[in-house]
Design a protein around this ligand. Structure first.
Ligand code: NAD
Length: 257
């Protein structure tokens, strides 16, 4: 599968799943645009490393996905946008009656509304190019719920609904729009939660991973960022040209329960 000549914009891609997806798209030959809200030398360095490793065009654009105008500016500044991966996301866990309003607003903005703004800005470019692929990174929480994650679950269900809607709006065009629903993926964000949980429950690292984190993931294994990247590359392939408006779970069986 070669994505040579295609340009991919991946939101929230200076770490974790977004960076894993950018790497696999670059490995497949796509030029990549990395993004986050920071503007550090190491962010730009990540893009240089991808360019050197895979021989593709790569650059980093700072844009805060909590702000609609910056979401749209990212797509404008990217130039071409044949592949759009909406990945930026944050989490906050609290019962709904004490869920901080600013966290609710931030999660809805970054995890859901950003995809509305980027898709609205990217679709005219895809139509002009005569080809487009949109991959929205939802979650197992786009299909099912957990307590204390009201904003995250609402946003991810919203992303799944928006994905279906945009797929219908583009159904007669060479553009597809799908969502990937990961289960637990071992990213720096998740890794950072392990020591605290070990201390809280007086458990070994192995017990925290298997009995706390992967309790709902029947495979009892984390999914990987490379698997998210590989699934994204598949959705960009010709084999996936008739796959649109769907969700692909990469969750070790979580949503089969
Ligand atoms: P992560 O924290 O490693 O990555 C999140 C990315 O989003 C980072 O690059 C961060 O800089 C970026 N980001 C955060 N706020 C932003 C903002 N305002 N503007 C621009 N970028 C911003 O976490 P991750 O685990 O890689 O999560 C990536 C996506 O995958 C999220 O949408 C998350 O909900 C989803 N997801 C993760 C898991 C998991 O187990 N790790 C499971 C299901 C879904």
């Amino acid at each position: 599968m070669s994505l040579k000549g295609k340009t991919a914009v991946i939101t929230g891609s200076n770490s974790g799943i977004g960076l894993g997806i950018a790497r696999e798209l670059a490995r497949a030959g796509a030029d990549v645009v990395l993004n986050s809200f920071t503007d550090r030398a190491e962010d730009h360095e990540l893009a240089s490393q991808l360019a050197a490793e895979f021989g593709v065009g790569a650059h980093y654009i700072q844009a805060d996905m909590s702000k609609g105008s910056e979401c749209r500016a990212l797509i404008e500044q990217a130039g071409a946008c044949d592949i759009l991966v909406n990945n930026a996301g944050i989490q906050h866990v609290a019962p709904i009656e004490s869920f901080p309003e600013e966290k609710w607003d931030a999660i809805i903005a970054i995890n859901m509304s950003s995809a509305y703004h980027t898709m609205a800005a990217a679709l005219p470019k895809m139509r002009a190019a005569g080809w487009g692929r949109i991959v929205n990174i939802a979650s197992a929480h786009g299909l099912t719920a957990s307590p204390y994650k009201s904003a995250y679950v609402a946003a991810k269900h919203g992303v799944v609904g928006m994905t279906k809607t945009v797929a219908l709006e583009t159904a007669e065009e060479p553009i597809t729009c799908n969502a990937i629903c990961p289960g637990y993926v071992l990213t720096p964000l998740v890794e950072a939660q392990i020591p605290d949980t070990m201390e809280k429950y007086n458990m070994s690292r192995e017990d925290v991973v298997k009995k706390v984190m992967l309790e709902r993931q029947p495979s009892r294994e984390f999914a990987t960022v490379e698997q998210m990247g590989g699934t994204t590359v598949f959705l960009c392939s010709d084999a996936a040209a008739q796959i649109t408006g769907t969700t692909i779970s990469v969750d070790g069986g979580w949503t089969a329960l």
